[in-house]
Design a protein. Structure first.
Length: 319
C-alpha cells in the first residue's frame, strides 16, 4: 500500500511540473507553448482532416530479404520509424508499426512490406512507448518467443505480447543478444504513452555486429548536444535519423528538422544516413513532402549528397 501511494505522489509531482523529470534533463515537458490553440486548428484543418479523404499512397512489396554477407548491413524501410535490419546473420525489427490508424490520424502510405512477408525476426527493438513507435497489435503478431529490448519503464507494456525475454535498458547500458551488441543511447524527447506515465524511458540504439559494423537508430529526438558523444562511442556505419513532424502543433521542440538531422549526421561521424519519421503519418504541420525535399537540398549544400540515401518503402538496401 505504501508503494502505491508513493507512486501516486510521484505521478502527481511529475504532472505538476509539466511532465519534467528532475533526474533526466533531456526529457521535454508536456505543456504546449503560447499559440497552441491556433496551431492545432491549422494542423487539423490543413493536415489531419484532408488526409482522411485521400487515398493511401505507396505500395506493399514481398521482397527477397535473402541472407546478406556477415559484414553487410541490410536495411528495409517499412515506413515511419519501422525498419527490418539484417546484421550478423540476424533479422532485427525496430519500432514495429503496421497500424492504418493512430486514433484519428490516418496512415497515408501503405507499409512497404506486409507482416506475413517479413523474414523470421530474431530480435525486436523499441525506442519508446509512443503509439507511433510501439503498436501493440503489431507486436502481438510479431512476437514469437524472441527477445525484445525496450527503455526502462516500458517493459510492462509488452510483457504479455509473447516475447521470450523483455530487456529494459537505461542510457549507455549495453546488452548482448546472441552475437549482437546493443547500446541504448540518449535522446531529447519524452516517453509518456498517455499523460500520467511520464516515467517511461526513451532513446535510441546502436547495434554492433560481430564483424564490427554498427547501425544507429535515433528513435525520436529534437536536435541536442549529445550526438557527438554518441558518435564517439562507436564508429557508426549507418545512421537512421528522423526528419519529420518538426512543426509540432504543441510548439514544443521534440523532433529534428531536416537541416538539424544533417547536423546530427555530421556530428555522429557516421558514414551513411537514411531518413525516417516522415511521409507516413501526418504528425506535424509541415507539408508531407517537405521534409525529404529539404533534406535533399541540404545534403547538396553541405556536400553530403553521396552519403545520404532516401529509401523507398519495401526495397532492401545494403551498406
Amino acid at each position: 500500500m505504501r508503494e502505491i501511494f508513493r507512486k501516486m505522489r510521484e505521478t502527481g509531482r511529475r504532472l505538476r511540473s509539466g511532465g519534467l523529470d528532475a533526474e533526466n534533463n533531456l526529457q521535454v515537458g508536456l505543456l504546449p507553448t503560447s499559440g497552441w490553440r491556433q496551431r492545432n486548428i491549422d494542423y487539423f484543418g490543413n493536415r489531419v482532416f484532408p488526409s482522411l479523404l485521400s487515398q493511401r499512397g505507396g505500395q506493399t512489396f514481398a521482397p527477397d530479404f535473402g541472407s546478406p554477407d556477415i559484414d553487410v548491413i541490410g536495411v528495409t524501410w517499412i515506413g515511419h520509424a519501422t525498419f527490418v535490419v539484417q546484421m550478423g546473420g540476424k533479422n532485427i525489427l525496430i519500432d514495429p508499426n503496421w497500424a492504418n490508424w493512430l486514433g484519428i490520424i490516418k496512415r497515408v502510405r501503405h507499409p512497404g512490406v506486409s507482416l506475413i512477408d517479413l523474414p523470421p525476426i530474431d530480435l525486436v527493438l523499441i525506442s519508446h512507448a509512443h503509439h507511433d513507435h510501439l503498436h501493440k497489435r503489431s507486436l502481438n503478431i510479431i512476437a514469437n518467443n524472441q527477445p525484445v529490448v525496450v527503455p526502462e519503464g516500458v517493459g510492462k507494456i509488452v510483457q504479455r505480447c509473447g516475447f521470450s525475454d523483455v530487456i529494459e535498458m537505461k542510457y549507455w547500458e549495453q546488452t548482448k543478444v546472441d552475437d549482437l551488441l546493443i547500446t541504448f543511447t540518449p535522446a531529447q524527447h519524452w516517453g509518456a504513452r498517455y499523460v500520467h506515465d511520464t516515467h517511461r524511458g526513451f532513446g535510441g540504439f546502436i547495434v554492433t555486429s560481430p564483424a564490427g559494423r554498427s547501425l544507429y537508430h535515433c528513435g525520436d529526438s529534437a536536435y541536442f548536444d549529445g550526438f557527438q558523444q554518441i558518435g564517439a562511442h562507436s564508429s557508426i556505419d549507418l545512421a537512421l535519423l528522423p526528419i519529420g513532424a518538426y512543426e509540432a502543433p504543441s510548439g514544443r521542440e521534440v523532433h529534428m528538422n531536416p537541416e538539424e538531422a544533417l547536423m546530427a549526421f555530421e556530428e555522429l561521424g557516421a558514414l551513411h544516413m537514411c531518413p525516417m519519421h516522415y511521409g507516413t503519418f501526418p504528425l506535424g504541420r509541415e507539408p508531407m513532402d517537405e521534409p525529404v525535399l529539404r533534406l535533399e537540398q541540404g545534403a547538396i549544400e553541405r556536400g553530403l549528397a553521396e552519403r545520404v540515401r532516401v529509401l523507398t518503402e519495401g526495397h532492401p538496401a545494403h551498406f
